[in-house]
Design a protein. Structure first.
Length: 67
């Protein structure tokens, strides 16, 4: 359960971060281009090898920690 909540909180944190980035760029007169930059940054961040990282973490916990 802790791993699920940790993943959800990380996702929420990054959505908030890039949402605020887009809002800030909108306010400093970059307009909708700033919002688009925030959305593109969020998409670029979400396309990372997360399944591979999770697999490596689970394997380490099973073998290295005896879980």
């Amino acid at each position: 359960m802790g791993r699920v909540l940790d993943g959800l909180s990380d996702t929420g944190r990054f959505v908030s971060l890039y949402g605020h980035l887009g809002a800030r760029l909108f306010v400093v007169r970059l307009g909708w281009g700033g919002v688009g930059a925030g959305v593109r940054a969020l998409v670029a961040h979400s396309i990372r090898p997360q399944p591979l990282i999770s697999f490596a973490r689970r394997t380490y916990l099973r073998r290295g920690q005896g879980e």
